[in-house]
Unconditional design. Structure first.
Length: 118
């Protein structure tokens, strides 16, 4: 099981980024997925989850209305569209298995760094 996250970078407040995560070692169509983030000096935080079929999603309150999680099972990939970014969104973002912290398996990838600053 492996995850490769990409798409991070430096963006100004109010800007947008689209994160991608390609998974290998299992079929994404059978697995719920979650994006997490870890800000400097803080613990890992769940950001958004999506069910295996993609019909159910969950967002932490701080990103509701700004972030959208999606998955493309044909590409074994999950995405996080981030709009109206704020400095407090600065963190390393990781994808992982599971829905809202349940049914997780596998190790963690390297993550992708997002920095929101003017």
């Amino acid at each position: 099981v492996q995850f490769v996250e990409s798409g991070g970078g430096l963006v100004q407040p109010g800007g947008s980024l689209r994160l991608s995560c390609v998974a290998s070692g299992f079929f994404l169509s059978r697995v719920a997925m979650t994006w997490y983030r870890q800000a400097p000096g803080k613990g890992r935080e769940l950001v958004a989850s999506i069910s295996s079929g993609g019909s159910d999603t969950f967002y932490v309150d701080s990103v509701k209305g700004r972030f959208t999680i999606s998955k493309d099972n044909s590409k074994n990939a999950v995405f996080l569209q981030m709009n109206s970014l704020k400095p407090e969104d600065t963190a390393v973002y990781y994808c992982h298995t599971g829905y809202r912290g349940k049914d997780e398996f596998g190790s963690w990838g390297q993550g992708t760094q997002v920095i929101v600053a003017s």
